[in-house]
Ligand binder design. Structure first.
Ligand code: C5P
Length: 410
């Protein structure tokens, strides 16, 4: 099951009020919802609760000092600010509200808050008279007018002995507000998306094999994008450089034949099939049981054709007259004659779209985080996209696929 905050990075800023101890529960809730939580504590906060507590719950080092740069390859407050999908300051004291409203940057939290472009959620906690002070009211209004969202304090017994407004909202309420702010559009809610990624690996003997340069990044980007849009994602993946994203069902395979079985047994249930894996066209005719010994000066390996999985799906689909069938997207990684090869594959493999890229171009193809693709579809559809992150390519292709679900196919 996809967790609501899977794939999201949240900065939890804790400032120095007694309610700081409740930030541990909030951190645990956010992590439980699937978020990667990076905690920043003010010096005051560390007087109420230890960084070790938050480090243990968040499973990441806690930042307290803007000058404590441990990794020379990054500037930490900028790096964290850039990585954040949202910042939540809980509890927010009158002091941090004032710093935020006035743009002060005198510690790790206030400095990071200035560098952040992601949405900011603030859960204040303070004495009732402080909360009602005109200076605090001005600061809150100023921040709200800049787009900061507030989870208002609750009313009740305050730590200082007063009864009134000023209690930190309950951690569950703050976590719900975070999840609501990060819930984007879910155009694939209730849809099943089957994705293949990476290269296949065809064994020669127990220690040798034939494979290709596919990194799996394009397929992983599809899996993330489909998951973020609410789809139930199954990722069938072969040899890759990375770890599959969280919040999806990942099925590891090795050879083209294993990939075919994993895909064909799931195709009928899918609404969209994305074939971004680089499948080996041939495999050794024999797989030796034991490691081959060197003998003669030359060695000839006899190879046989692998099944073409995409074509198998295309042909299977044609035979499903009247039944619900998935939208099918294929890939064409080419080094020449991109358009001609892509259109040939579109027709021969009977898919709805072919995503074509010239793998010799800088910023495209295997191993990179970006891609430069042209999308060709049935009925003469052609779209040429500029160089863009693989996830953005995936979103555009998924948009096209989503629009085609349930439409009549020729
Ligand atoms: O023919 P070519 O290998 O260039 O086609 C690429 C497309 O076909 C990709 O979508 C790839 O996943 C798919 N394919 C396949 N089975 C094969 C070879 C390619 O599904 N044996």
């Amino acid at each position: 099951m996809t967790k609501p905050l899977s794939g999201k990075t949240i900065i939890l800023g804790i400032s120095g009020g007694i309610a700081a101890y409740k930030a541990a529960t909030l951190c645990s809730r956010l992590a439980g919802l699937g978020a990667s939580v990076r905690v920043i504590m003010t010096e005051g906060a560390t007087k109420f609760i230890t960084p070790l507590t938050l480090q243990t719950i968040s499973r990441h080092p806690v930042a307290t000092d803007v000058f404590d740069e441990r990794d020379a390859s990054i500037v930490q407050h900028i790096d964290w600010a850039d990585a954040a999908d949202l910042v939540v300051v809980a509890p927010a004291t009158a002091n941090i509200l004032s710093k935020m409203a006035n743009g002060l940057a005198d510690d790790m939290l206030s400095t990071t808050l200035l560098a952040v472009t992601a949405p900011v959620l603030v859960a204040p906690a303070m004495n009732v008279h402080m909360w009602e002070h005109p200076a605090v009211i001005d600061n809150v209004n100023k921040l709200a007018s800049r787009g900061v969202t507030f989870v208002e304090p609750g009313t009740g017994q305050l730590a200082c002995g007063y009864v009134g407004k000023g209690r930190l909202a309950e951690p569950d309420e703050i976590a719900e507000a975070v999840a609501a702010m990060l819930a984007g559009p879910k155009p694939l809610a209730g849809r099943r998306v089957l994705i293949t990624a990476g290269g296949t690996l065809e064994r020669i003997d127990p220690v040798r094999y034939i494979t290709n340069d596919s990194s799996g990044k394009m397929g992983f980007a599809f899996a993330e994008a489909a998951r973020d849009w609410g789809a139930d994602v199954t990722l069938v993946y072969g040899k890759t450089d990375g770890v599959p994203p969280e919040g999806i069902q990942a099925v590891r395979v090795e050879s083209a034949e294993q990939m075919k079985d994993a895909v064909m047994s799931r195709a009928a249930e899918a609404d969209i099939v994305i074939k971004s894996a680089a499948v080996a066209d041939y495999r050794p005719l024999h797989q030796e049981e034991h490691k081959m010994k060197k003998k003669s000066d030359t060695l000839t390996l006899e190879l046989v054709r692998n099944p073409d999985i995409l074509q198998t799906i295309g042909e299977w689909r044609e035979k499903q007259a009247g039944k619900r069938v998935p939208v099918v997207i294929g890939f064409a990684a080419e080094t020449m004659e991109l358009e001609r090869n892509a259109l040939d594959k579109l027709a021969r493999k009977k898919c709805d779209y072919i995503v074509a890229n010239n793998v010799t171009q800088a910023g495209a193809g295997f191993g990179t985080d970006t891609n430069i693709v042209s999308i060709y579809g049935t009925g003469g559809f052609a779209e040429h996209l500029p160089r863009m992150p693989k996830k953005a390519v995936a979103q555009r292709v998924l948009e096209l696929a989503a629009a085609k679900i349930g439409t009549e196919r020729a």
